[in-house]
Design a protein around this ligand. Structure first.
Ligand code: 13P
Length: 283
């Protein structure tokens, strides 16, 4: 079966993007697998540190591996926003397909140093590393608050230049106005900044905070070279609202019946995203 690098390259050449869907429950995982199978799309299954710790990394790796072989579909695991170096190394050791090192709160020198160290370990096992320059604000939840992005939060082009030259990182998460979560007022994306980053970075460019961004904006960033887009909040919202709705049926006690309905609702949302990113029929 082809690896993640193959699909990232293909997406880059053909101008579409691979979705990263985060999950922390079995019905979310099953929804992602079903959509990948049905729509013939590669997908990246994202687990944050919290999500990975909740389900258990060993369990996650086994479940994804079994499903990948059973359905012959390109499912790839990514540790999302790894900050704890022991956990990142564990993901590499257990067989995640890629790890995202979030060194955004560190100095550039420190970020470069640790990213390089991780790349050395990861590449020996053919595992990709996603770095991050700039600070992506917000949390993956629905919020009535307003969020303000400062200039210093955005990706600095000169930092990117140093970072990619020194680390030779595989993928790069950028901060171009994107935020995690769905906030009352979503910031606008800075396409000019994305174009400037692309001029000097040949890496696979990643957009975090896919939830809440207008479809036309998503299409634009893909045209400008983004090849991976992460979604979490919109999946969490559907999960919560749907579960609440089906639990109202006082006569139903079977978890697999209730959760199957939740799974169907999540699948509809994921399908929407796959068509938006145009990653269907790409196997
Ligand atoms: P959203 O929660 O905004 O979809 O962002 C998810 C994400 O970027 C995970 O890294």
């Amino acid at each position: 079966m082809k690896d993640l690098k193959y699909y990232l390259k293909k997406a880059k050449e053909e101008k579409w993007a691979i979705p990263q869907f985060n999950f922390s429950t079995i019905e979310q995982l099953k929804a992602i697998i079903n959509v990948s199978y049905k729509l013939k799309t590669p997908v990246i299954l994202g687990t944050s540190e919290g999500e990975a710790n909740y389900l258990g990394m060993e369990e996650i790796v086994s479940l994804v591996k079994i499903s990948k072989n059973k359905y012959k579909i390109p499912l790839f695991l990514n540790l999302d926003h790894g900050k704890n170096l022991d956990l990142i190394k564990k993901a590499i050791f257990l067989g995640y397909d890629s790890v995202h090192f979030d060194g955004s709160s560190l100095s550039l020198i420190e970020n470069i140093k640790i990213t390089k160290e991780l790349i050395k370990i990861a590449h020996k096992k053919n595992i990709l590393v996603e770095g991050e320059i700039g600070s992506i604000k917000g949390e993956s939840q629905l919020s009535s608050k307003k969020i303000k992005i400062l200039k210093q939060d955005l990706t600095s082009v000169s930092d990117v230049e140093k970072f990619v030259k020194e680390t030779k990182v595989d993928s790069l998460a950028v901060s171009i106005g994107n935020i995690h979560g769905v906030y009352k007022k979503m910031p606008k994306l800075d396409l000019k900044l994305l174009k400037d980053i692309k001029k000097i970075s040949k890496n696979f460019l990643v957009l975090h905070g896919g939830s809440g961004i207008e479809n036309k904006e998503i299409k634009k960033v893909i045209r400008e070279g983004i090849v991976k887009i992460n979604f979490n909040t919109e999946i969490r919202i559907i999960w919560k609202n749907s579960l609440r709705k089906y639990l109202k049926n006082k006569n139903e006690f079977k978890p697999y019946k209730i959760l199957n309905l939740v799974q169907n609702d999540i699948e509809k949302k994921l399908e929407e995203k796959v068509y938006l990113l145009n990653s269907n029929n790409k196997l």
